[in-house]
Write a protein that binds this ligand. Structure first.
Ligand code: ABU
Length: 769
C-alpha cells in the first residue's frame, strides 16, 4: 500500500470554510545517492507555516502537502507519483523531486495530468528541455550554468591543461559533455576525462598518471568524499593540485558523519585533502542582508531553520537545501495565489480547490504565474527564465584552513569573476601550475671522459705509428722478416683504425648520424683488419701444423692478405647493404626523469641521441654473428696450435695470446653494452676502455718481443763487429748461425727463409708439434 503521509495541517484551528489546495511532494528521504529530503521537508514545512500565518496570501485557502520518499530512484519516483495521483484528493501541483533522475521520471508525465511541477534541487541540464518537461520549474540552476564561470577561472589563471572526472550519472555526463565542448572552443586541453561509478581509485590513478593538476569533478557529495579520499591516497591534492567541485554540497560535507560508511579515510586525512578545494554553485542564502517576501533575512531564516531541524548531521550534509526548499514553497504559494486572483478576474465559476486533472486552462494559469513571479527569497531574487530554470548568480567558495568561505562570484554581463574576502588563497601565494614543466635536455658524453679516453687512444695510435715505423725500418732484419711484416703492418693499421672509433663521438645533434656511421665503419673495418691479420696468421700455422704429413705446403702472404681482404669485403658488403636498404636515423633514448633541484614543479627529461634503423637488428646481428664465428674459430685455431713453436713463424705464440685477448675483451664489451643500456658515460667508458686495452695489448704482445729481440740482435752484431774488427774477421748477418739452439728441427726452413724475400711462405714446411 502507498506509503503516503498526509503531512501537515499547518494551521491549527483552521476555519471551517478554508478551501484545501492539495499538493504532491517527492523527497529523497532515504537512499545513498542524495538524501537531502529531511533537510528540504523542514524548509517546506516552515514555509507553509509562515504562509498560513499570513493574512495577505492564499486567504481562505489551506495547503495540504502530501509527500512520499523517492529514495532518489527514478523508478520509485514514477511509481510513487502514479500512486499519489490515482488517489484522492486531486492535487493541483507537484513539488519535487530532489534528484534530477527522479524529477525527469516524474516531470515527463506529470504535465499529462495538467500539473505544474517545481523542483527545489534538481540540477541536470536535461531538465531544461521544454519539449520533454513542458510544465517543469526548478530553483536549482542546471550545472551547465557553471560552465562560463569555470572557463573564466581557467583563463584567469592561465590553466591550459585540465582534467575532468564525473560520477556516471546522466546529470553529470550531460554537463561534462557541454563543458568539454566549451573547453575546446576556448583552446583549453583536456588531458583526460574520467568517469567513475562506485570506486574512483582507478580513475584517480589515471589522473595522476596524466599529471593532472587542475581537476574539475562532478559528483554527488558522498561520492565527492570518496573521490577525495582516493585522491588523498594517491597524493593528488593541495598545494600542487586544484580540485574544482560542484557547489551544491552541505557546508561541512567532508566532515565525517554516520553516512560515511565505506570511506576509508580518517577525518584528518579528509581535512588535509579538502584544503584549497574550490566549489562553484549558486547562492543558497542571500548574500545581502535584506528581508524577503517572507519578511525575514537569510540569517534569520537559518536561525529558525536550525532550531526546527534540530539535527547537526543533516545540517552539515544538506542544510544548504533548506533555503531553496523554503523558497520553493513560497513560490508555489505565490503562483497559486496569483492563479486564484486570475481565476476570479477571468470570471471562473469554480475555485482552485476544485481543480481537476482535466483543467488544462487552470494549469496554464498556474504555469504562467511561475513565469511572471519575481520575489526575494532566502536565496536572493527568485525568478524563472523561459525554460523554467532560475536566473541566478554563480558563486565561488573555497575551503581554506578547514573552513569554507565565499570568495567570489561570476559576473554574467562582464563574463568575469569578481573576487571578495581576499579571493582565492594559494599556499605560499604560489598559484599552482596546470602541469609539470618538462624541460627536455639532450645529454652528450662528458668532455672529461671523452678527453681522457681520447688521450689513451691517441697514445695507442702513437704507439702504432712507432711500431709501424719499426716494422718498415727493420723490415729486412731477420726477426721482423720472419713475422710477415706486411701482415703485421695491416694489423697495425687495423689497430689504429680501431683506436679512431674512440674519437668518433658527436657533441652536436646535426652530426650524430655522420659520427655514428663513421664509428661503425671504422670499428668494423679496423676490427676486420687487425683481427683478420691475427686470424690469418694463426690459420697459417694451423694449416702447416695440420699438414705435417704432407709435403709442399705453401701459404703465401698474399693468401693471408686475401683472407683479410675477404673479411673486410664481407663487413663492407653488410655495411653498404644497410646503408642502401635501411639507413640509420636518429632516435631519442629517454633517460630516467630527474626533479629540478629548486622547483619541484619542474621535471628534467634527459635523453641522448642514438642511431637506429628499422631493421638494424638484423644487420648488427649478422655482423655480430660473423665476428663471433671468426672469434670462436680463431680461438679454436690458437688453441690447436698452442704447442707449435716454429721459428719460421716466430710470432705464432703471441698471435694466439692476442686472439684470446681479443675474444675475451670483445665478449665483455658486447655483454657490457647490453647490460649498461642507456648509460652513455659508462658504455662509452667501458667500450672505449676495452678497445684501447685490447688493441694496445695486441700491439704490445706482437711487437715488444720483436723490438727487444731486434735490439738484442743489434747489440750482438755490434759486439761481433767490434771483435771482428779487432781480429780482422767480419761475418755478415745473412750467414750468421741461428741463435736459437732449441729449434734444430726448423734449421732448414730458416735457412730457406733467410734466402727468400718472402720468408717461410713460399717454402714447404714440415712441422713437428
Ligand atoms: N542539485 C543537487 C540535487 C541532486 C540532483 O540534481 O540530482
Amino acid at each position: 500500500m502507498v506509503n503516503v503521509v498526509v503531512a501537515v495541517l499547518f494551521v491549527s484551528g483552521l476555519a471551517e470554510s478554508a478551501k484545501i489546495l492539495n499538493i504532491a511532494g517527492f523527497l529523497p528521504m532515504s537512499g545513498t545517492t542524495w538524501n537531502g529530503g529531511k533537510a528540504c521537508l523542514t524548509g517546506i514545512e516552515m514555509a507553509f507555516e509562515h504562509i498560513h500565518a499570513r493574512q495577505d496570501i492564499l486567504v481562505g485557502y489551506e495547503i495540504n502537502f502530501m509527500w512520499d520518499d523517492t529514495k532518489c530512484e527514478p523508478g520509485i519516483a514514477a511509481y510513487k507519483m502514479f500512486q499519489l495521483l490515482n488517489q484522492l484528493p486531486v492535487k493541483c501541483l507537484i513539488i519535487g523531486a530532489g534528484c534530477s533522475t527522479s524529477s525527469a521520471a516524474t516531470a515527463q508525465s506529470s504535465h499529462l495530468w495538467n500539473l505544474t511541477q517545481i523542483s527545489y534541487g534538481s540540477s541536470s541540464p536535461l531538465l531544461s528541455d521544454r519539449k520533454k518537461y513542458p510544465k517543469f520549474f526548478r530553483l536549482a540552476p542546471p550545472d551547465t550554468a557553471l560552465i562560463p564561470a569555470r572557463i573564466a577561472i581557467l583563463k584567469q589563471y592561465n590553466w591550459q591543461r585540465i582534467a575532468t572526472i564525473h560520477e556516471s550519472f546522466e546529470i553529470f555526463s550531460a554537463v561534462t559533455e557541454e563543458f568539454l565542448r566549451a573547453l575546446k572552443l576556448s583552446n583549453i586541453t583536456v588531458i583526460t576525462a574520467e568517469i567513475f561509478k562506485e570506486n574512483p581509485a582507478i580513475q584517480v590513478e589515471n589522473l595522476k598518471r596524466h599529471d593532472a593538476r587542475i581537476i574539475i569533478a562532478s559528483s554527488y557529495q558522498l561520492s565527492a568524499v570518496k573521490l577525495l579520499c582516493e585522491a588523498y591516497r594517491a597524493g593528488l591534492y593541495w598545494p600542487k593540485i586544484v580540485w574544482i567541485l560542484l557547489g551544491w554540497y552541505g557546508e561541512n560535507w567532508w566532515k565525517k558523519t554516520n553516512n560515511f560508511a565505506g570511506i576509508n579515510c580518517t577525518q584528518d586525512q579528509l581535512n588535509a585533502v579538502v584544503e584549497g578545494v574550490i566549489q562553484m554553485g549558486y547562492f543558497f542564502r542571500n548574500p545581502k542582508t535584506e528581508k524577503g517576501l517572507a519578511g525575514i533575512t537569510a540569517t534569520e531564516f537559518d536561525n529558525l531553520y536550525v532550531e526546527k531541524l534540530n539535527d547537526t548531521d543533516t545540517w552539515n550534509s544538506y542544510g544548504f537545501v533548506g533555503g531553496p526548499c523554503y523558497d520553493t514553497a513560497w513560490a508555489v504559494a505565490l503562483a497559486l495565489n496569483t492563479t486564484i486572483q486570475n481565476m476570479t478576474d477571468a470570471g471562473y465559476k469554480k475555485t482552485l480547490d476544485q481543480f481537476t486533472y482535466e483543467d488544462a486552462d487552470i494549469n496554464d494559469l498556474i504555469t504562467n504565474a511561475f513565469f511572471s513571479m519575481s520575489f526575494i527569497g532566502v536565496r536572493g531574487r527568485i525568478m524563472f527564465g523561459a525554460n523554467g530554470d532560475p536566473i541566478v548568480a554563480i558563486k565561488l567558495d573555497q575551503i581554506w584552513r578547514g573552513d569554507m568561505a565565499t570568495i567570489g562570484l561570476y559576473n554574467w554581463t562582464a563574463d568575469k569573476l569578481e573576487w571578495s574576502n581576499g579571493g582565492l588563497q594559494w599556499e605560499g601565494g604560489i598559484v599552482p601550475k596546470d602541469s609539470t614543466l618538462v624541460i627536455r635536455k639532450i645529454r652528450f658524453l662528458s668532455s672529461r671522459t671523452y678527453i681522457m679516453m681520447c688521450s689513451f687512444a691517441a697514445t695507442g695510435i702513437l704507439l702504432g705509428i712507432c711500431l709501424l715505423l719499426f716494422n718498415i725500418v727493420y723490415r729486412n732484419s731477420k726477426n721482423v722478416k720472419m713475422s710477415s711484416p706486411n701482415i703485421n703492418n695491416l694489423l697495425l693499421i687495423g689497430c689504429m683504425l680501431t683506436y679512431c672509433t674512440v674519437f668518433l663521438q658527436s657533441f652536436d645533434k646535426k652530426t650524430v648520424i655522420a659520427f655514428c656511421k663513421a664509428r661503425t665503419y671504422c670499428f668494423c673495418l679496423g676490427f676486420a683488419m687487425s683481427f683478420g691479420s691475427l686470424f690469418s696468421k694463426t690459420w697459417r700455422v694451423y694449416r702447416i701444423f695440420a699438414n705435417k704429413t704432407q709435403q709442399g705446403m705453401k701459404i703465401k702472404d698474399t693468401q693471408l692478405l686475401g683472407l683479410v681482404l675477404g673479411m673486410l669485403l664481407v663487413d663492407t658488403i653488410i655495411l653498404v647493404l644497410q646503408e642502401l636498404i635501411d639507413p640509420m636515423s636518429i632516435r631519442e633514448h629517454q633517460l630516467p626523469t630527474e626533479l629540478h633541484a629548486e622547483d619541484n614543479d619542474v621535471e628534467i627529461h634527459p635523453y641522448f641521441l642514438e642511431c637506429t634503423s628499422r631493421n638494424g637488428f638484423y644487420f648488427e646481428s649478422t655482423l655480430y654473428i660473423i665476428q663471433g664465428v671468426l672469434l670462436a674459430f680463431g680461438s679454436f685455431l690458437a688453441w690447436e696450435t698452442r704447442k707449435v713453436h716454429i721459428d719460421a713463424l716466430n710470432d705464432s705464440y703471441q698471435i694466439g695470446v692476442c686472439i684470446y685477448n681479443v675474444v675475451v675483451l670483445s665478449a665483455l664489451g658486447v655483454a657490457l653494452s647490453f647490460a649498461l643500456d642507456a648509460q652513455v658515460e659508462l658504455i662509452y667508458g667501458f667500450i672505449s676502455g676495452f678497445i684501447i686495452l685490447g688493441t694496445t695489448l695486441t700491439q704490445l704482445i706482437v711487437f715488444v718481443p720483436k723490438v727487444l729481440k731486434t735490439r738484442k740482435d743489434r747489440r750482438v752484431v755490434g759486439a761481433q763487429q767490434m771483435s771482428s774488427e779487432k781480429s780482422g774477421y767480419s761475418m755478415s748477418s745473412s750467414t750468421r748461425k741461428p741463435t736459437n739452439n732449441s729449434t734444430t728441427r726448423t734449421t732448414l726452413t730458416e735457412q730457406a727463409r733467410e734466402s727468400s724475400p718472402l720468408p717461410l711462405l713460399e717454402h714447404p714446411q714440415t712441422v713437428q708439434a
